[in-house]
Design a protein around this ligand. Structure first.
Ligand code: AGP
Length: 602
């Protein structure tokens, strides 16, 4: 959930750390901090709030010559977002940064306190540095003291430690949280994802769970439970352009506009004239598979819900969807004829990753649909299909949802094709619709301008209901999630036919209903549901290709030949509506309060 950067070498360390943390700020921005050891001098700076506060605090500081350094941007889990709780955490002569959660920190803390150690913060992380120094007092070998320390940690962590007891070395350990090591000449970099080191390191090694060791004199010394471990570096990409804003006001806005293009990438080589190809999957991948179970969180869960309709309707395979955090503790009955699919933009979501590990322990075949290659979920899965959305920086996910949904649609056709449950005609119709998807995702100036104007009418009220039926129900859930994430207003997604079973009691003119009314899917049914709401004076904003007299506001869509084309066009409308409302409210669109881009804690 937080971001980690480390650097060992001769270059100016403050800028390397701050630039790296800037790339990771979307992962958490409650506070940030850096610690540097040069010779025997230790410097440490921390600031609460966004990274610009730390920049301001360190503006007169620069490093000179060789040194070791670590930095961190935090999303609070244990303890409030205060300076004392910010990383790096200090012992007597060592500093530590950490991502993840040390589950047994309370007992370790009590043990250390009983020996007279004073804790300054409320965090679980601080136990690492005190435990290390306690071990170091009886074991003068720094590395052994570090080894003893990590042996006692339970939970998920990626951690870096620097110490005056060995001032030219960075110690590291990874277990359940992402971390990689970058190399360029004698420079060694650490980071919790590759963006901070692109353009700096030229080669990379992605640490495995259980890896630990130290970097010293330009070399990485790697170990795992079996002792010293050999490793192979990979070349690191140099392409950072896609991570820039390209002139848009916000990353989220840029990412909404990008959807049309990235969708073409998602389909490339997979959607052919008359067939679907997925080279990622071995022949016979679906042999013996009679059911699908999908686990995901948040937006990825919504794309999963959408796909359940497609898997059953198109591929004729039974499909259940579970929220990963629920699945983990429900003692699910898992059978080996079930393909276990995880969906994740980041590939690092802790709940989804743990659900995947559970399914693997139960012997299920696994497939991940993910945007980040080499992420933990991808590496843990038997097979994976990348969504090819490019780096998504806005915390509110947009293009990741669009591309996940496309991959799932492709997959449903692929399974139907492999299992021969799909007619040639249906395949043709679906492929034809797919090919038109990039066009349905183009944002016209007229549409954006209209949503900008409309947004001013939706800045108050006591809540929003997004309603839809069939695949438009998960889209309603997603539209509501987008709005609440960045506007901070209450919004719910609801199956349109379910409103009469309770929620309609809330209807009055201050209840805003965003009605998804596709022509190709149960139009008359949803029309009746919306009429029921209108009769109770709810304010109706209808999104449809068909004019609707009872709408207070009407957004006309243009695609009316296939449900998925209607789906994608309406998705863009809901994304832009949320964006424009958030902008008018003066909110931070890309980094909404209390959220983080990648949720690597339970
Ligand atoms: C979406 O806008 C979110 N911010 C959030 O719900 C996200 O989709 C969820 O945390 C899952 O993330 P993942 O796709 O990286 O696993």
């Amino acid at each position: 959930m937080c971001g980690i950067v480390g650097y060992l070498g001769l270059n100016e360390k403050k800028e390397i750390l701050l630039d790296g943390l800037q790339e990771l700020e979307y992962r958490g921005y409650d506070s940030a901090g850096i610690a540097v050891i040069e010779g025997n001098t230790l410097h440490n700076f921390k600031a609460i709030g966004k990274l610009k506060n730390l920049r301001e605090k360190t503006k007169n500081y620069a490093t000179k010559g060789f040194g070791v350094s670590i930095g961190h941007t935090r999303w609070a889990t244990h303890g409030k977002p205060t300076e004392l709780n910010a990383h790096p955490h200090l012992g007597q002569y060592s500093y530590v940064v950490h991502n993840g959660i040390i589950e047994n920190y309370q007992s370790l803390k009590e043990e250390l306190q009983s020996k007279g150690v004073t804790f300054l913060s409320q965090t679980d992380t601080e136990t690492i540095v005190h435990l290390f120094e306690a071990n170091h007092t009886h074991n003068k070998n720094v590395f052994s003291a570090f080894e003893e320390t990590i042996e006692r940690l339970e939970g998920a962590y990626a951690t870096l430690l620097i110490t005056e007891a060995d001032s030219d070395t960075i110690y590291f350990a990874k277990h359940g949280s992402p971390m990689l090591v970058g190399f360029h000449g004698d420079d060694v970099y650490f980071a919790s994802s590759d963006t901070p080191i692109i353009g700096k390191a030229t080669a990379v090694y992605y640490l495995d769970d259980g890896d630990y060791g130290y970097a010293s004199k330009g070399k990485l010394h790697l170990f795992d439970a079996n002792g010293a471990k050999a490793f192979t570096k990979q070349a690191l990409t140099t392409d950072k352009i896609s991570a820039q804003k390209d002139g848009y006001r916000f990353f989220m806005e840029k990412e909404i506009y990008e959807q049309s293009n990235v969708m073409t990438d998602t389909m490339m080589g997979r959607v052919l004239d008359d067939t679907i190809r997925l080279d990622e999957l071995e022949k016979d991948f679906f042999k013996d598979i009679t059911a699908i179970k999908i686990c995901a969180c948040g937006t990825s869960y919504h794309s999963a819900l959408t796909s359940a309709y497609l898997f059953e309707r198109i591929a004729k395979v039974r499909c259940d969807i579970e929220i990963a955090s629920e699945f983990r503790y429900k003692e699910p009955l898992l059978t080996k004829d079930t393909l276990f699919i995880t969906i994740s933009q980041s590939g690092e979501t802790a709940d989804t990753l743990e659900a995947l590990k559970m399914a693997k322990r139960a012997g299920l075949k696994s497939l991940s649909i993910c945007n980040v290659d080499n992420s933990s979920i991808v590496r843990e899965s038997d097979a994976s299909i990348l969504t090819r959305a490019g780096i998504e920086k806005g915390v509110a996910s947009t293009k990741a949802f669009a591309t996940q949904t496309m991959v799932l649609w492709i997959l449903s056709l692929y399974i139907g094709q492999e299992k021969k449950t799909l007619s040639k005609e249906t395949l043709e119709t679906e492929i034809n619709a797919m090919i038109h998807t990039p066009k349905a995702l183009i944002v016209s100036d007229t549409l954006h301008e209209k949503l900008h104007r409309l947004s001013k009418r939706y800045l108050h009220g006591h809540g929003f209901f997004f309603i839809g039926r069939d695949i438009f129900f998960p889209l309603a859930l997603e539209g509501a999630l987008k709005l609440k994430e960045i506007s901070y207003m209450h919004a719910e997604g609801y199956p349109a036919g379910e409103m009469k079973h309770g929620p309609i009691a809330l209807a009055d003119s201050e209840l805003f209903t965003i009605a998804l009314m596709p022509k190709t899917m149960h139009y008359d049914k949803i029309k009746s549901n919306v009429e029921e709401l209108s009769a109770r004076d709810a304010t109706i904003c209808a999104i449809s290709p068909l004019p609707f007299d009872l709408a207070d506001d009407f957004i006309q869509t243009h695609y009316d030949s296939h449900p998925m084309l209607e789906f994608f066009e309406m998705m863009v409308v809901t994304q832009l509506l949320a964006l424009e409302i958030s902008v008018r409210l003066g909110n931070d669109v890309d980094m909404p309060r209390n959220l983080a881009k990648s949720v690597t804690v339970e």
